[in-house]
Design a protein around this ligand. Structure first.
Ligand SMILES: [Zn+2]
Length: 426
């Protein structure tokens, strides 16, 4: 290809010299610069690095993993290279999903499954990741093109489909259960599903799939006014699922509805989307590589730089049958979980309290984490910390016909919640 372009350039040069009509010169010059541009692009395309078999911690300029492997040396992560065993599915390759995919690719994730039905448009250029020359390509194909150049070690799978259609859902389910990447893996074929979609229906579909497959997932969202967002961890049976309670969003004081509506052009900022993608991938890395605390829910209010957090337990009256099944399993497994926790505690040697200095002139005392009550922990669906509100509308809440009196606590919560929602609607 390169030699062919060079030949063409030589021919053009000869043609230019022999041309007598000056009006043709401009056209020849234009053709010449286009060929030069193509040659440059071709050279760039050939610059992809070759695959790397083992991640190395060697500190040399040519090692793309040295800074990541340093996390191990600094004691943050036990075994960074484990990241290569993990598969992450990203649903929605828009302003949040594409950036999340790029971050995971740069971190050297083993395999990424990318789902989106949309094409790249020039209207997407206010966000990060996609480039103008990719306009017209499907988002998943354009993402694979860019990501494979950034890190050829990552196994990339592009699924151009709509998960809310019957056929799309079938392909979605079968791709999540495919174990060819790691046949010995327990559970389904992926380690985590990241929902980066922009509408309620698609979130409910991800929720359905993950409840059915008993697959942990993380949800993310950015408000229509572009100044708030959130991430949420959903573990089937253990935490509230997306149908257990009306979705939570961060109160921005402008418009609390993040759900995409017909005919409404949502605002978006690369900053808010980049921040939410960063929070989502940070939580993903902590979850996969087991370091720090995996956050159950983290909100972001850009106007006040406020980050509310909370926890949500599953709703025993959830309308999603698979959620109720997972809740039952989780309760049944409690004795085994407790025994394992006890065994782990007994196996760990008792740690002597650490003293940093003999003389404590500032009277500083160390308080155990467990002794500090988490002011943000919430057990019910209605008891929310400051700055968080439930999203509207909640299809489940309005579809629920009748709840028996016996479960008075939850009914009170739900009634209270319904009153709040009605007050918001009026
Ligand atoms: Zn549920």
């Amino acid at each position: 290809m390169e030699a062919e372009l060079k030949d063409l350039l030589n021919d053009l040069h000869t043609l230019k010299i022999s041309l007598l009509d000056p009006s043709c010169q401009a056209l020849v010059n234009k053709m010449q610069s286009r060929i030069e541009h193509l040659s440059k692009m071709e050279k760039l395309g050939n610059n992809q690095r070759s695959k790397i078999k083992d991640m190395s911690a060697e500190v040399v300029d040519s090692n793309p993993y040295s800074r990541l492997m340093a996390l191990q040396r600094m004691g943050i992560v036990d075994n960074y290279e484990r990241i290569r065993e993990f598969s992450v599915a990203i649903v929605g390759i828009g302003g949040v999903g594409s950036v999340a995919a790029e971050m995971l690719t740069r971190c050297g994730i083993g395999r990424l499954l990318l789902y989106d039905y949309d094409k790249v448009e020039l209207a997407n250029m206010n966000r990060l990741f996609f480039r103008p020359e990719q306009a017209g390509m499907t988002k998943t194909d354009a993402a694979v093109q860019t990501l494979s150049d950034i890190n050829p070690d990552v196994v990339l799978e592009s699924y151009t489909l709509n998960i809310t259609t019957v056929q799309g859902f079938e392909t979605f389910m079968s791709s999540l259960t495919n174990k060819s990447f790691r046949p010995d893996k327990e559970g389904c074929g992926v380690d985590l599903v990241l929902s980066c979609v922009d509408n309620y229906e698609a979130r409910m579909v991800v929720n359905q799939a993950c409840n059915e497959l008993n697959q942990t997932w993380m949800e993310s969202g950015v408000s229509e006014n572009a100044v708030s967002g959130h991430i949420q961890l959903l573990v089937p049976g253990e935490t509230a699922c997306f149908a257990c309670a009306p979705p939570l969003v961060v109160a921005s004081g402008v418009d609390e509805r993040t759900l995409k509506r017909e005919g409404v052009c949502a605002a978006s900022l690369p900053t808010t989307m980049g921040i939410v993608a960063g929070l989502l991938v940070q939580n993903t890395l902590k979850y996969l590589l087991k370091f720090g605390t995996v956050t159950p829910y983290l909100g972001y209010n850009a106007l006040k730089d406020f980050f509310p957090t909370m926890e949500m337990k599953p709703n025993p009256q959830c309308s999603n049958a698979a959620c109720l099944e997972r809740q039952k399993e989780y309760t049944l497994a409690k004795p085994a979980r407790d025994a394992a926790a006890r065994a782990k505690m007994e196996a760990e040697p008792l740690l002597e309290p650490e003293f940093l200095h003999e003389d404590n002139e500032w009277n500083i005392s160390v308080v155990d984490d467990d002794e500090v009550q988490d002011p943000n922990a919430s057990s019910g669906v209605a008891d929310l910390p400051e700055g968080l509100v439930h999203e509207l509308p909640s299809a489940d809440e309005f579809q629920k016909p009748f709840i028996s009196e016996e479960t008075s606590n939850s009914v009170d919560d739900l009634d209270e919640l319904r009153r709040q929602l009605e007050a918001l609607n009026s």
